[in-house]
Design a protein around this ligand. Structure first.
Ligand code: 7TS
Length: 409
């Protein structure tokens, strides 16, 4: 790995995928909120796993199985350290944020949630943090309650405090909104929820790649995120849960690995973390995820946050000069996600022209349809930046948006 300090040229060399042309133009990849690109070290790690140590884990006494198990468990320890969890067995590997939320919603439904309970989520959630709770409410009879958002795209915290009550069993909110970029005051959200004895799940899909997460400082009960948005492989996610809570909850899926003993009459379950990890996991991808976290640590999350903030400010300054541009999500605390529309032009049309000019952005509702309904828009054009993007690329975005506007007006 070449990166020793925050050297953008060296960083870009670590991501070979960035060095290509799309439609005759150098690619400008601004769809990082959907998935990040992968540095060579991560791809090498995945390749090495399959070429050198591939074996099933936690079950064989043979050499390769031991080596693969050690590598897999090293990632768990790395994740523990990365988010400052107390115990590595509080780290459960999932297939992604979506599965982590479904896991929690499902097991709460088996044991904890009663018909008189309330589940509190927000209007800015990704569908992954809405639908599992709707399903839970449906099959338990509990009530799903929504925290509204303001015109700027912030959570209405006054309303949050009003909605919290003794019946609130769980609060589930995103740390950072994927369509608006808003950074939510999750520490305050958690502290207030704990005053009424509610648990809190934080959807960290958009925060874990961009800022230092400390689950103990936040006092989060559950924290979920996806490796693929953090320079890691697809198919891997993390569910952090407090030991005392995870021990209280029943298993999610049944199968190999999650049991202590099985007879034809009854089974007993394994201790954490295995209780929640039935079946053969995505071993190679989990192993390679450690390289992604090592890489992010080497670049430095503080450097990443500072640099991306600079990019955001630069992009906002430039784009704001475009007549007829309307921004959606102008919270005081934001990450490098810019959602916008051009007056009188459909976001899909803008996205198509940007693509013709080699600029990759996302258009549509970004799996946050309630946000689009709140602002009465069909969707947005979303440019989401990462630490390997440059000001020159922001200039390309700006010029492409101007061109799209000229062509479509
Ligand atoms: N929560 C948030 C806040 C997200 O941004 C996403 C994915 C998810 C949950 C689901 O993550 P997954 O890894 O399980 O799919 N967000 C996006 C996006 O903004 N564009 O594509 C995926």
């Amino acid at each position: 790995m070449e990166v020793k300090t925050f050297d953008i040229e060296a960083i870009r060399r670590d991501f070979p995928v960035l060095d290509q042309e799309v439609n005759g133009y150098p690619l400008v990849y601004l769809d990082n909120a959907a998935t990040s690109q992968k540095p060579t070290v991560v791809v090498d790690s995945l390749r090495d796993y399959y070429l050198k140590i591939n074996s099933n884990i936690h079950r064989g006494v043979h050499h390769l199985s031991q080596v693969a198990t050690d590598a897999f468990e090293q990632t768990r320890e790395k994740v523990r350290d990365f988010i400052n969890a107390e115990h590595s067995h509080e780290i459960i590997f999932t297939s992604g944020t979506t599965e982590g939320i479904n896991l929690v919603a499902h097991v709460l439904g088996k044991k904890v949630i009663e018909p008189w309970h309330e589940i509190l989520i927000s209007e800015m959630e990704h569908h992954s943090n809405i639908v599992p709770w709707q399903l839970l409410a449906e099959y338990t009879g509990a009530k799903l309650v929504t925290i509204p958002i303001t015109d700027e795209g912030e959570l209405d915290m006054e309303e949050y405090h009003t909605l919290l009550n003794e019946n609130t069993a769980i609060v589930a909110v995103s740390h950072i909104s994927n369509s608006l970029g808003t950074i939510n005051p999750v520490k305050e959200i958690i502290a207030s929820a704990h005053e009424v004895n509610a648990w809190v799940l934080i959807d960290g899909a958009q925060s874990a790649p961009h800022m230092r997460i400390d689950v103990r400082d936040l006092d989060a009960d559950f924290y979920v995120f996806s490796a693929h948005k953090m320079c890691g492989p697809t198919g891997v996610g993390v569910l952090y849960g407090k030991e005392s809570i995870l021990n209280e909850l029943p298993p999610y899926k049944g199968g190999g690995e999650m049991i202590s003993e099985v007879s034809m009459e009854k089974s007993t379950y394994a201790d954490l973390p295995h209780k929640f990890e039935a079946g053969t996991p995505n071993i190679g991808e989990v192993v390679a995820f450690k390289s992604a976290l090592d890489y992010l640590d080497e670049v430095g999350l503080e450097n990443i946050a500072a640099y991306e903030h600079e990019l955001l400010a630069y992009a906002m300054e430039k784009l704001s000069t475009i007549e007829g541009i309307v921004f959606h999500g102008t919270a005081k605390k934001k990450t490098s996600v810019i959602s916008f529309n051009l007056k009188g032009i459909h976001p899909y049309d803008v996205g198509m022209i940007l693509d013709k000019l080699g600029v990759a952005v996302r258009t549509g509702h970004h799996c946050t349809q309630p946000v689009m309904k709140r602002y009465d828009i069909p969707g947005t054009v979303r440019a989401s930046m990462a630490f390997y993007n440059t000001k020159e690329e922001i200039d390309r975005l700006y010029n492409a948006v101007l061109k799209a506007q000229q062509m479509l007006s």
